[in-house]
Design a protein around this ligand. Sequence first.
Ligand code: NAI
Length: 329
Amino acid sequence: MKILFYDTKPYDKESFDKVLPRYPELSVQYLKTDISPHTAALAKGFDAVCVFVASDVGDRVVEILKDCGVKLVLLRSAGFNNVSLKAAKTCGITVMRVPGYSPQAVAEHAMALAFAVNRHIHKAYIKVRENNFSLTGLCGTDFYGKTAGIIGTGKIGAAMCRDCHGIGMKVLAYDKVQNPDLPFVEYVPLDTLLKRSHLISLHCPLSEETYHMINLEAIEKMQDGVILVNTSRGALIGTEDLIKGIRQHKFSGVGLDVYEEERDNVFENREDDILETSVTARLLSFPNVIVTSHQGFFTHEALEAISTTTLENALSFLKGDPIKNNIVS
Ligand code: NAI
């Protein structure tokens, strides 16, 4: 099976090259460029394409892939909101993903953001480097004994519940389906979670139902001084509403690994660019907001799991095995 990799970064190549010798049936070609209606035709002659989380696999790209004879889209990610599943189904293209490469990696990054904004680590780091050893502006709150509200208790949300429980927080959760492995968690309606939580962390997928679930109405229900963390998908939060909330001093801290305008930024070095869109620039201007660039997944353990599962997916498709990680088949 010939697989064309799009949007390949050096660390992708390194981790896939390590496991590829175990899969002599698969041959791989790496491209730096991402997939788009302009680059999808490069897949002619390949059986499969492998893409990442910000790749545009919309209707047009799927149609081009079909015309190129591509039968399989391999996502090196858990999230799949960047793929037109409807078009894939119509075009007879199978879509497979890596459902849970390291839930702990993302949960630990969510915790890192929560700890950092709470104790102003981003400011402390800069101050001390400037020989400013004053504590003014650095006061935080104990998490111990406070309430965490976890929205979505699948693999990552469950890991986050365990982490919060481990540091002595009471854990509330909201999900459509209750996770039986979390006996210490109290499931409550969303409104109750918003009202009672000191730390709110988002771990549900982006869908029509969850789009902008954190809007002005939701923000108004939250406690003053709440910490909000999003490591899931940017559009779970209405950014304009978030900015209004920040300006109204609702949050003591906001930690975002994902945000609505991230697509052009994710994994790119844009240090010489002028950011033309004002929303990201405005978010970056607030002293109590930390933004990271979709790095929640980025640990050695997760990269190894991503490369192994992606190639196992390709192999099971090739062999016609009962498929485990398909979203569309
Ligand atoms: P999962 O599928 O194991 O869990 C998602 C949970 O959300 C499920 O329990 C589901 O019932 C719940 N859910 C779905 N719709 C909901 C709704 N309307 N209201 C409340 N809960 C709802 O997914 P997993 O692996 O835990 O990943 C969660 C999200 O994390 C992914 O969808 C992805 O967007 C994001 N992610 C972010 C990464 C990063 O690097 N920042 C890396 C990997 C995933």
